[in-house]
Design a protein around this ligand. Structure first.
Ligand SMILES: [Zn+2]
Ligand SMILES: [Zn+2]
Length: 361
């Protein structure tokens, strides 16, 4: 996959013509901020935007650190401009329905359109999909050209909230996969950005949430965002606490966002008969699960990945409705010039960090 940008003099600071400042991941662990040649006029079916904010996400670390084995598709990952959680202003709408000056959020997924999941309306698990910021250049540049179908109007959302639409869409998709019903009691493992987005989306859907996380400040935040109960306890104690909270029945829906492989085994035991367990986090570990629990309780264990275009549109409505809650998730901002530092900071996983954002324009 050819890059839309080519690297020119990276230390040059003079901008002329279509030179734009960008953070380029040139090779594993090497992110350089400098001038690159940006796009000219929008090509047919494309839109040129000026990215405003880019959220940093755990999945960005794979490409940044060279762990590309986990990534599907082309091997041609470097150099790459990263950033898939993008809010932007339309600069050149080309032949699209967008208008110049409009604030947008980017759905980062470009499916193949032909394969089995694409044909049955599940393009989010297309094995050949390309992602903005992974297989195509992403938002860490002052200007960016993207396929028009990925550009969604963000209405009057502020730039930070609009860049959170992408992680919010992951939560929306997870709850759709889990068939959340109003009034249900849901246990959400993990209170990072995806876990907290799942909490906000579930509470907005009139569910009652128990949030489980080892970090006290994250549990406090979960409480402020509407969790009925927050907890951190060894499995046996958590089991007891959850039973008590659900009047002895067990939670009908459990969502795993923590990335701890052992949580699946725990969730399978916590789930009541006919319960559902949704696994969202990409954990690389393994842990034994008792398969007999599946038929014994006829539980559904469901994977959830990224989001469809419909989920993305629903996520915009969610973020609009819950923007005061979402605003509490932005813990750190870095300017584009310090993007590499922002990545390194994010990868050190400081406990007080929730969503780390790069301010691009
Ligand atoms: Zn992400
Ligand atoms: Zn496909």
């Amino acid at each position: 996959m050819a890059s839309f940008f080519s690297i020119n003099a990276v230390q040059g600071s003079r901008r002329e013509g279509s030179q734009v400042l960008a953070a380029v991941t040139r090779s594993p662990g090497e992110m350089v901020v400098g001038d690159v040649s940006g796009p000219g006029r929008a090509r047919a079916g494309h839109v040129i935007v000026r990215p405003e904010r880019v959220g940093i996400c755990g999945s960005d670390f794979h490409l940044f650190s060279g762990d590309v084995g986990a990534l599907s598709g082309s091997r041609d990952f470097y150099p790459r401009i990263q950033g898939h959680e993008v809010s932007a202003i339309v600069e050149d709408p080309g032949d699209s329905e967008r208008t110049s000056g409009e604030r947008v959020a980017i759905w980062p997924l470009l499916p193949c359109g032909d394969c089995y999941p694409c044909r049955i309306g599940r393009p989010n698990v297309c094995p050949a999909f390309r992602l903005v910021g992974v297989h195509l250049d992403g938002g860490l540049a002052e200007r960016l050209e993207v396929p028009a179908g990925l550009v969604f109007a963000a209405g009057d959302l502020d730039p930070d909230s609009a860049c959170f639409v992408e992680p919010a869409s992951v939560a929306v998709h997870a709850l759709a996969r889990g068939r959340l019903r109003a009034g249900e009691q849901v246990v959400v493992f993990g209170a990072g950005p995806i876990g907290l987005a799942t909490l906000v989306a579930a509470v907005h859907g009139s569910a009652r949430v128990l949030s489980v996380d080892p970090v006290a400040s994250r549990r406090d935040l979960a409480k402020r965002l509407g969790a009925e109960l927050v907890a951190w306890a060894p499995p046996a104690e958590l089991m007891e606490l959850t039973r008590e909270w659900t009047g002895g029945e067990g939670p009908p829906l459990i969502v795993e966002t923590s990335g701890e492989a052992g949580v699946l085994a725990q969730a399978v035991e916590l789930a009541p008969s006919a319960g559902r367990v949704v696994v969202v986090s990409l954990s690389s570990g393994t842990a034994p699960v008792r398969p007999g629990a599946f038929p014994e309780k006829e539980i559904d264990v469901i994977g959830s990945s990224c989001a469809t275009a419909a989920d993305f549109a629903a996520a915009i409505r969610l973020v609009v409705a819950c923007r005061a809650d979402i605003a509490q998730l932005f813990s750190h901002h870095f300017p584009l010039a310090r993007a590499a530092e922002a990545f390194e900071f994010a990868m050190s996983r400081p406990p007080d960090a929730i969503k780390i954002v790069v301010t691009v324009n």
